[in-house]
Design a protein. Structure first.
Length: 276
């Protein structure tokens, strides 16, 4: 058919009737030529798909990168002390994050130990010596001090407790554990003393007589010396360990009243127990 044929021209210029079976053209005519929005479940599926999540993560990473670049650029433009402080803070934050990622344990690195509670120990004496024992057996402080001197001398000599009891019982009977001067010997008053007696020239804790060869007045007025010479004389008595207190003391003192020593044995034993 020729191109100028009027019949052919009429067929090609015919207007459509407004209906079409093409799905694409039908979709475009709806909603002023806009495609309708996909249903909600389709949008959720799109966001949940792997490509969509990758794209979203990529966008967030780009934003963070831009922010980090801006912060670094700002830190580079800051003065030197500020840059060092920012670097230290960043390093500390990274280290804390690394520790937190390694373990969930939040306990302290080193265990906290409390100091031991103080004990109720007695305070040392100002002189460095242990505190003096309290008086026992009805003794005064002065008598207890003299008894302690007698016990210390006997222990220094290595004598047994029996010798200590004998010595204390003797001093209790002779001087009532007082370092006595003598009214017969005026010299004895020149030395420290705790009273006086009048039994011949007897002086000191054991009422020993200088005229009998026990020592000088000055020596016998010293409690430690008087105790020492008594113990030395007791050791020279054969079998004194098996003797009664009365017999052992009388062997040394040669007293006119030998039985008087026995009544002090119990008190002397109590004092020795308190001092040893």
């Amino acid at each position: 058919m020729h191109a100028d044929d009027p019949a052919e021209q009429k067929q090609t210029r015919r207007r459509p009737d407004g209906r079409s079976t093409d799905a694409t053209s039908t979709g475009r005519t709806a909603g002023r030529h806009r495609r309708p929005d996909p249903p909600r479940r389709h949008r959720r599926a799109l966001l949940g798909s792997t490509p969509a999540r990758v794209a979203l993560a990529t966008g967030v990473s780009c934003c963070l990168g831009v922010a980090a670049f801006a912060a670094v650029r700002q830190a580079d433009d800051a003065p030197e002390p500020v840059r060092e402080a920012l670097a230290d803070r960043a390093a500390a934050a990274a280290e804390a994050e690394q520790r937190a990622s390694r373990s969930l344990d939040r306990s302290p690195a080193t265990p906290v130990t409390l100091p031991p509670s103080p004990t109720a120990s007695p305070l040392p004496s100002p002189t460095g010596k242990p505190p003096r024992p309290r008086p026992v057996a009805g003794l005064s402080r002065l008598q207890m001090d003299n008894a302690e001197t007698i016990v210390e001398v006997g222990r220094d000599l290595g004598l047994p407790r029996r010798a200590l009891v004998v010595a204390l019982a003797t001093a209790m009977q002779e001087s009532d554990l007082h370092n006595l001067a003598s009214d017969v010997l005026p010299e004895s008053r020149r030395y420290p003393h705790q009273g006086s007696g009048s039994d011949h020239d007897s002086v000191g804790l054991f009422q020993q007589r200088p005229s009998s060869g026990w020592g000088s007045v000055r020596e016998l007025m010293r409690p430690a010396y008087a105790a020492r010479v008594f113990y030395e004389a007791l050791r020279d008595v054969p079998g004194w360990e098996r003797m009664s207190v009365t017999a052992a003391a009388q062997s040394v003192q040669v007293s006119a009243y030998p039985r008087a020593y026995a009544r002090h044995e119990r008190r002397a034993t109590a004092v020795v127990a308190a001092l040893t």
